[in-house]
Ligand binder design. Structure first.
Ligand SMILES: [Zn+2]
Length: 156
Protein backbone atom coordinates (compact mmCIF):
# COMPACT_ATOMS: atom_id res chain seq x y z
CA UNK A 1 0.00 0.00 0.00
CA UNK A 2 1.01 3.61 -0.52
CA UNK A 3 2.19 5.96 2.21
CA UNK A 4 -0.97 8.10 2.19
CA UNK A 5 -3.13 5.02 2.86
CA UNK A 6 -0.74 4.05 5.68
CA UNK A 7 -1.51 7.48 7.16
CA UNK A 8 -5.25 7.53 6.54
CA UNK A 9 -6.26 4.24 8.22
CA UNK A 10 -4.51 4.71 11.60
CA UNK A 11 -5.48 8.42 11.62
CA UNK A 12 -9.13 7.44 11.01
CA UNK A 13 -9.03 4.85 13.83
CA UNK A 14 -7.33 7.31 16.22
CA UNK A 15 -9.84 10.04 15.24
CA UNK A 16 -12.67 7.74 16.38
CA UNK A 17 -10.84 7.46 19.72
CA UNK A 18 -10.57 11.27 19.95
CA UNK A 19 -14.36 11.44 19.53
CA UNK A 20 -14.61 9.05 22.49
CA UNK A 21 -12.27 11.38 24.47
CA UNK A 22 -9.58 8.68 24.69
CA UNK A 23 -6.92 10.47 22.61
CA UNK A 24 -6.06 14.05 21.64
CA UNK A 25 -6.10 15.07 17.97
CA UNK A 26 -2.34 15.63 18.15
CA UNK A 27 -1.87 11.98 19.10
CA UNK A 28 -4.26 11.00 16.28
CA UNK A 29 -1.99 12.82 13.79
CA UNK A 30 1.07 11.14 15.34
CA UNK A 31 -0.68 7.79 14.97
CA UNK A 32 -1.06 8.41 11.22
CA UNK A 33 2.60 9.46 10.96
CA UNK A 34 3.68 6.28 12.77
CA UNK A 35 1.70 4.27 10.21
CA UNK A 36 3.81 5.91 7.50
CA UNK A 37 7.13 5.67 9.37
CA UNK A 38 7.01 1.86 9.43
CA UNK A 39 8.06 1.93 5.76
CA UNK A 40 11.23 3.86 6.64
CA UNK A 41 12.80 0.40 6.78
CA UNK A 42 12.55 0.36 2.95
CA UNK A 43 15.05 3.23 2.84
CA UNK A 44 17.34 1.58 5.41
CA UNK A 45 17.30 -1.69 3.45
CA UNK A 46 17.99 0.29 0.28
CA UNK A 47 21.09 1.84 1.87
CA UNK A 48 22.28 -1.63 2.93
CA UNK A 49 21.71 -3.50 -0.34
CA UNK A 50 21.88 -0.99 -3.18
CA UNK A 51 25.28 -0.60 -4.86
CA UNK A 52 24.59 2.74 -6.62
CA UNK A 53 22.54 5.72 -5.46
CA UNK A 54 22.67 4.25 -1.97
CA UNK A 55 21.26 7.34 -0.24
CA UNK A 56 18.85 8.40 -2.98
CA UNK A 57 15.24 8.57 -1.79
CA UNK A 58 14.13 8.57 -5.45
CA UNK A 59 16.03 5.36 -6.15
CA UNK A 60 14.61 3.73 -2.97
CA UNK A 61 11.10 4.82 -3.95
CA UNK A 62 11.35 3.57 -7.54
CA UNK A 63 12.82 0.24 -6.41
CA UNK A 64 9.92 -0.18 -4.02
CA UNK A 65 7.24 0.76 -6.56
CA UNK A 66 8.59 -0.59 -9.86
CA UNK A 67 11.93 -2.41 -9.99
CA UNK A 68 11.86 -4.66 -6.89
CA UNK A 69 15.58 -5.45 -7.22
CA UNK A 70 15.52 -6.78 -3.65
CA UNK A 71 13.02 -6.92 -0.84
CA UNK A 72 12.99 -3.65 1.06
CA UNK A 73 10.92 -5.04 3.89
CA UNK A 74 12.98 -5.55 7.04
CA UNK A 75 12.13 -7.86 9.95
CA UNK A 76 9.57 -5.37 11.30
CA UNK A 77 7.34 -6.32 8.36
CA UNK A 78 7.51 -10.02 9.31
CA UNK A 79 6.50 -12.21 12.24
CA UNK A 80 9.78 -11.69 14.14
CA UNK A 81 9.23 -7.94 14.16
CA UNK A 82 5.57 -8.48 14.98
CA UNK A 83 6.55 -10.38 18.15
CA UNK A 84 9.34 -8.00 19.18
CA UNK A 85 7.27 -4.84 18.62
CA UNK A 86 4.21 -6.37 20.31
CA UNK A 87 6.37 -7.06 23.37
CA UNK A 88 7.69 -3.48 23.18
CA UNK A 89 4.13 -2.09 23.07
CA UNK A 90 3.26 -4.12 26.19
CA UNK A 91 6.34 -2.75 28.01
CA UNK A 92 5.51 0.85 26.93
CA UNK A 93 1.95 0.23 28.16
CA UNK A 94 3.26 0.35 31.76
CA UNK A 95 4.70 3.85 31.18
CA UNK A 96 2.09 5.42 28.88
CA UNK A 97 -1.02 3.63 27.61
CA UNK A 98 -1.64 6.46 25.09
CA UNK A 99 1.82 6.11 23.46
CA UNK A 100 1.49 2.33 23.46
CA UNK A 101 -1.95 2.59 21.86
CA UNK A 102 -0.92 4.94 19.02
CA UNK A 103 2.20 2.87 18.30
CA UNK A 104 0.08 -0.29 18.20
CA UNK A 105 -2.61 1.24 15.96
CA UNK A 106 0.03 2.68 13.60
CA UNK A 107 1.97 -0.58 13.39
CA UNK A 108 -0.85 -3.14 13.22
CA UNK A 109 -2.86 -1.07 10.71
CA UNK A 110 0.30 -0.87 8.58
CA UNK A 111 0.78 -4.64 8.58
CA UNK A 112 -2.93 -5.18 7.91
CA UNK A 113 -2.80 -2.92 4.84
CA UNK A 114 0.43 -4.51 3.56
CA UNK A 115 -0.94 -8.04 3.86
CA UNK A 116 -4.43 -7.54 2.43
CA UNK A 117 -2.76 -6.97 -0.94
CA UNK A 118 -4.77 -8.96 -3.52
CA UNK A 119 -2.87 -10.43 -6.48
CA UNK A 120 -5.63 -10.03 -9.07
CA UNK A 121 -6.50 -6.45 -8.31
CA UNK A 122 -6.20 -3.94 -11.16
CA UNK A 123 -3.34 -1.49 -10.67
CA UNK A 124 -3.13 1.99 -12.17
CA UNK A 125 0.44 3.08 -13.01
CA UNK A 126 1.80 6.51 -13.92
CA UNK A 127 4.92 8.66 -13.59
CA UNK A 128 5.19 11.80 -11.48
CA UNK A 129 8.41 13.45 -12.68
CA UNK A 130 11.13 10.84 -12.06
CA UNK A 131 9.01 8.83 -9.64
CA UNK A 132 7.04 5.76 -10.64
CA UNK A 133 3.61 5.62 -9.03
CA UNK A 134 1.03 2.88 -8.76
CA UNK A 135 -2.20 2.42 -6.90
CA UNK A 136 -4.81 -0.30 -7.11
CA UNK A 137 -8.45 0.54 -7.68
CA UNK A 138 -9.28 -1.06 -4.34
CA UNK A 139 -6.78 1.21 -2.58
CA UNK A 140 -8.26 4.27 -4.28
CA UNK A 141 -11.75 3.22 -3.11
CA UNK A 142 -10.39 2.60 0.41
CA UNK A 143 -8.72 6.05 0.39
CA UNK A 144 -11.98 7.73 -0.64
CA UNK A 145 -13.93 5.91 2.10
CA UNK A 146 -11.29 6.81 4.72
CA UNK A 147 -11.18 10.49 3.64
CA UNK A 148 -15.01 10.68 3.78
CA UNK A 149 -14.92 9.04 7.22
CA UNK A 150 -12.27 11.49 8.43
CA UNK A 151 -14.24 14.51 7.12
CA UNK A 152 -17.43 13.23 8.80
CA UNK A 153 -15.58 12.68 12.10
CA UNK A 154 -14.09 16.19 11.94
CA UNK A 155 -17.47 17.81 11.21
CA UNK A 156 -19.57 16.02 13.87
ZN1 LIG B 1 4.98 -1.58 4.62
Amino acid sequence: MNLHTHFLLPFFIALILTKLNLLSWELAVMCGLIGMLIDFDHYLEHMLHQKENRFSLKSAWNNSIKFHRFSQRSFIHHWQGFLILSLLFVIILFFSWEISLILAIGYYSHLFLDYIHLKKEKVLKWKLGNLFMKESRLEIILDIILILGIVILMVI
